[in-house]
Design a binder for this molecule. Sequence first.
Ligand code: GTP
Length: 315
Amino acid sequence: MGASGSGKTSMRSLIFSNNPASLTARLGATIDVEQNHVRFLGDLILNLWDCGGQDAFMDSYLTTQRSTIFQHVGVLIYVFDVETSEMHKDLEYYRDCLDGLRQFSPDAAVFLLVHKMDLARERGATFERKKRELLGQSEKHADVTVFGTSIYDESLYRAWSSIVHTLIPNAAVLSKHLTIFADACSATEVILFERTTFLVIATSSPPSSASSSSSTPSPSPSPSTPSSSSSPEANAFQELEATRYERTSELIKAFKHSCSRVREEFHSLEMELPEFSAVLDEMTKNTYVLIIVHDPTIETAALKLNIRMARRKFE
Ligand code: GTP
């Protein structure tokens, strides 16, 4: 949900239809509700409702269509244009939507996207101000998360990975299996992506800080903790960039798009650099796995073999 022109259909076309940001300017206004069924992971189907934001439609969602729109909602994503001159009206509609949600889907999570952040001056300060304002309007709803997003950088993937993560019922189990798999590969990190969207589904836990590897992960080390007795994997983990997941999603999506332009299909990727090696390959029908290794003695062929051996377990 969100005002007309705030960018809802654009983000949907980027994440779920693999269209580039440059084509979004051609999108017309959404008439009423456009429903999409995205087969996400095996049997998990994401039922996405893109609700056109013109006032007449919004008024109808809140009155005659109220029970249809707000029933069985897993997640409400409300998009705010950071540059809007009609914030007052936006907030009024947003509060009315929260009322609808409270009435029909009180357990739904709420994600607020302060969108088109590429247009904002002083991004950090603007985002903090908007976030405070939005949280102030959401007081009665406990589960509200705010993200700053733009279709022109990786921030959109960060927000959507987080949204989708809340909808995956067995995310914790997946993460546990990935940790065991990472340990078996002596990997610094293992990340599972959904195949079409390349959103992050789950990641392994940070490597144990003990020098010998263990299959029971220790709690996440804080990135700033000094680590004199840490394992090499744990040390390498602490050096990793915080935005690495969403940047990978964005880069691979762009690469897949380039592949499709020359009528090639993307299958897998291998990198062997002096500092680290990485393998990105199909894990299951619906997922890709990325393994990052900082141990120079480990061959990428061994990682690929491990992926092949683990496939059945993850299918
Ligand atoms: P309705 O269908 O009327 O509800 O609008 P909508 O919210 O679906 O808006 P839409 O996705 O059609 O986007 C409107 C315009 O915003 C398009 O021209 C997009 O190119 C532009 N846009 C979307 N996202 C961004 C962004 O992150 N940054 C900038 N600068 N422009 C964006």
